[in-house]
Write a protein that binds this ligand. Structure first.
Ligand SMILES: [Zn+2]
Length: 248
């Protein structure tokens, strides 16, 4: 995971701005990582800014779907400063790939899973029609009414609160939106992962803040996982726990 985060935060990616050469470099890194995980990724061109989403599916034994997503773009360069974006959102992309790899190896039965690394989540596209995730819901590769849940990971690389705060605060993972689909809250509450404190938060407590918004607006139950610092395998386990608990 760390290696992938470092690649995405390298000078070659120059902050991964959507539509930039650095963004294209990041996309090829994500594509390769998903291919190495055992999937067959495709690029979905996003004409609004000349970028692309990276999509890869893992077939289950039903035509019901779960989408696991993390945007891979970041702010790029402003003036002489490069914004590398480890927390937002290279860490979540690394978790996405790790979950994909684990499910490829452990897969038994269940829903088909679409892994989506979206482009163009950051400003100036944030919450606009140009977002990569917005493009996806307008041109979905799976019928949206076959999607039971969309899991969106964003900002999972940082500790919550300043140093000195208890681990129970700093190692929080906020799971937004579990209340919006039947049975999901109980599954999230049942997650036990040493070192990670999963905290459910109603999705409407805060304004829309990531790629779950276009899905939410179209009626796909969203869940966003935010704000935990990856510490050894704890974050991976937390994310996997959500996935495994939901039967994907
Ligand atoms: Zn983000």
């Amino acid at each position: 995971m760390k290696e992938l985060v470092e690649k995405l935060c390298s000078d070659a990616c120059a902050g991964r701005a959507a539509g930039s050469p650095g963004g294209a470099r990041a996309r090829s890194i994500v594509f390769e990582a998903l291919a190495s995980a055992g999937l067959e990724p495709i690029e979905q061109h996003v004409p609004a800014f000349g970028g692309a989403n990276v999509l890869a599916s893992l077939r289950g034994d039903t035509d019901r779907w779960i989408i696991v997503a993390a945007h891979y773009d970041h702010l790029g360069r402003h003036g002489r400063q490069t914004f590398h974006g480890a927390d937002d959102n290279a860490a979540a992309v690394a978790i996405l790939v790790e979950v994909a790899s684990a499910l490829v190896h452990r897969r038994q039965a269940g829903r088909t899973v679409l892994f989506a690394a979206f482009d163009g989540e950051e400003p100036p596209h944030f919450l606009s029609e140009a977002m990569g995730s917005e493009h996806f819901v307008r041109h979905p590769t799976v019928e949206l009414d076959h999607v039971d849940l969309m899991i969106c990971m964003d900002l999972v690389g940082h500790a919550v609160g300043p140093e000195g705060m208890p681990d129970a605060v700093r190692q929080s993972l906020f799971a937004l939106g579990a209340e919006r689909s039947e049975g999901t809250a109980a599954l999230v509450d049942a997650i036990v992962e040493p070192g990670v404190f999963v905290r459910r938060v109603d999705a409407e407590v805060i304004p829309p803040l990531s790629d779950y918004w276009p899905f939410w607006r179209r009626g796909v139950p969203p869940k966003a996982a935010c704000a935990v610092r990856p510490r050894t395998g704890a974050t991976i386990g937390g994310a996997l726990g959500v996935g495994a608990g939901l039967g994907i």
